[in-house]
Design a protein around this ligand. Sequence first.
Ligand code: ZN
Ligand code: ZN
Length: 126
Amino acid sequence: MAEYVTFWFGPRPWGPALQDENEEGLPRVRTKEIPAPIGELCLGCDEAIQEGDYGELVVLGGGTQAAPTAELRPLHRECGLLRGVGHEVGLCNCTNYEGLSLREAAIECDRRWRRRGAFGRYFLRN
Ligand SMILES: [Zn+2]
Ligand SMILES: [Zn+2]
């Protein structure tokens, strides 16, 4: 039987955000661990997924309205965070990512966001 799932890969250091139950113990989203798609390019940073990286699969939509296409692509967890909150921690187009590569900026974004103690809250909100 089909079900809604989120596919994730790699170690899982992001705390409660993607767990199968919310604070009230109710199902939030079913998650399924998959082997890390080593060598596939991350949708955020365009770098190959490596051993030890973690993230999830997201849908890359394309095609036309009459003939839409959908492709599952890996996204580093930090790269997803960078897109969501990069501006708030000074890592975005406004600052040209402080001269860092997108991957470096994503890892730095994760570090700054964790320092705020807000990492889990962001994902719980979404
Ligand atoms: Zn990435
Ligand atoms: Zn900005």
